[in-house]
Design a protein around this ligand. Structure first.
Ligand code: SAH
Ligand code: F3S
Length: 432
């Protein structure tokens, strides 16, 4: 009889993919099947995020709750970025945890499940050529890692400390994995890395030479693959050749994440982001000029140490100028193993909170205008999910979420849809 796995995934797309890898390994080598019921589980995994403090604080109370409701024989594993940075500390604080597996040690999942109190959190382990088993949470779309780790040293960010130095995955392996996914029904791929357009700077053992633009060209030759997305690129590495490829390659979806962090050049310097406000605006302008149909999303941190009113106004100014179609905004959270946590000019949390509210309120107004203007327009939508009440959802090429009335016949199809109703988060439409 199969054993049951309950897995909770927090954080970024990379974590979602790490969870898929663990599910595949546990299923194919250890006969685990997924369950949504904690009480039925023989193994409980919490795949954690440590990019901000909140989810970390929640972890220990969650372990307590899981421990209370689980079967007595069930094991608990903590994986991901918090596992990397807290290591055996987790078992000391919560002895009910059976193993701790770091974000760069995912391939060891089938080993650690058999060991009591195993802690595998090395950040220089190279699993860039490991052949993971196959599992996709959505049969119509595939996520594929193109690199592991991150070589930047943004002063606010814990990721380099939890995921280690950047190693690119050989392009042939990437192409092989996508080809397999296409053969089993995926028309869309999401390429994943902490800094995708830095691809090819360093490989583990392979000696190839291939940059991100060349990788995109190689991938777009895969027959049957219709859509290519990627996350996240870094504004510093968006050269003209890359933007040109983005704009002109018909398989690349016209949605791009350009993480701003701050609009203030002096703050960007303190963050070690490597670009100025003007460089950033110039890159966005280039995207808007070469590819007017593209949507641009971003990440913004408010309340970074030393952020003055004038610095914050620079961020508001960039929002006004670029009018991001999507914005993920966060209050700065000091993290261990980061430079900025040691800065002596930390910002008052209420001030940061007020700035965040103002930024989000203005973005909401912009978003309403953008979405309202969609009424009557026609988009190609790739349908990938059945919803309640006879509805089906999918995304347009530029990343907007669509709902139409329909059945499973639409799943896996790319169809023209005309927008009949708009809202901030999604669009309703009819097939045309
Ligand atoms: N390279 C990744 C970054 C991962 S972290 C990417 O580009 O997606 C995701 C986002 O979390 C960052 O872009 C940043 O906006 C935010 N973030 C990272 N560290 C943070 C911190 N200490 N406080 C608040 N937000 C943070
Ligand atoms: Fe973090 Fe900067 Fe890398 S935000 S993941 S250190 S590009």
């Amino acid at each position: 009889m199969s054993k049951k796995l309950f897995i909770e995934t927090l954080g970024c797309a990379m974590n979602v993919r790490d969870s898929e890898h663990m599910i595949a390994e546990l299923n194919q080598k250890e006969s685990y099947e997924i369950t949504e019921n904690l009480e039925d589980a023989d193994l409980i995994i919490i795949n954690t995020c440590s990019v901000r403090e909140k989810p970390v604080a929640k972890l220990f109370s969650e372990i307590g709750v899981f421990n209370k409701h689980k079967k007595p024989s069930a094991k608990i594993g903590v994986t991901g970025c918090t596992a990397s940075h807290l290591g055996d500390e987790i078992i000391k604080r919560a002895p009910s945890v059976d193993f701790v597996l770091g974000a760069r040690n995912v391939s060891k999942i089938t080993e650690v499940v058999h060991k009591k109190h195993a802690v595998e959190v090395s950040t220089d382990f190279d699993e860039s050529t490991y052949a993971f088993g196959e599992y996709r949470s959505n049969p119509y779309k595939a996520m594929v890692n193109i690199s592991i780790g991150c070589d930047k040293s943004c002063t606010f960010c814990i990721v380099p400390a939890t995921r280690g130095e950047e190693i690119s995955i050989p392009s042939d392996l990437i192409v092989q994995e996508i080809t397999k996914a296409v053969a089993s029904g995926a028309k869309e791929v999401m390429l994943l890395g902490q800094n995708v357009n830095n691809y090819g700077r360093r490989f583990g053992s392979s000696e190839e030479s291939c940059d991100f633009t060349q990788l995109l060209q190689k991938i777009s030759k895969i027959e049957g693959l219709e859509r290519i997305r990627f996350t996240s690129p870094h504004p510093l590495h968006m050269d003209d050749a890359f933007i040109q490829e983005f704009a002109s390659n018909p398989k690349i979806c016209k949605q791009i994440h350009v993480p701003l962090q701050s609009g203030s050049t002096s703050l960007l310097k303190a963050m070690k982001r490597g670009y100025t406000k003007e460089n950033f605006l110039n890159r966005c302008e280039k995207i808007r000029t070469l590819c007017p149909e593209a949507t641009i999303s971003t990440d913004i941190i408010v309340g970074f140490p030393g952020e003055s009113d004038a610095d914050f106004e620079d961020t508001m100014d960039v929002l006004e100028k670029v009018r991001f179609e999507q914005m993920f905004s966060f209050k700065y959270s000091p993290r261990p193993h980061t430079e900025a946590a040691e800065f002596d000019n930390q910002i008052d949390s209420d001030v940061a909170g007020e700035r965040l509210t103002r930024l989000q309120a203005r973005h909401t107004e912009i978003l309403d205008e953008i979405m309202d203007a969609q009424l009557g327009t026609v988009h190609q939508v790739y349908f990938d999910e059945l919803k309640p009440n006879g509805r089906v959802s999918g995304r347009s090429d530029d990343g907007k979420l669509f709902f139409v009335q329909g059945s499973e016949e639409l799943l896996g199809k790319i169809v023209d849809v005309k927008v009949t109703k708009t809202s901030r988060g999604a669009l309703d439409g009819v097939l045309v």
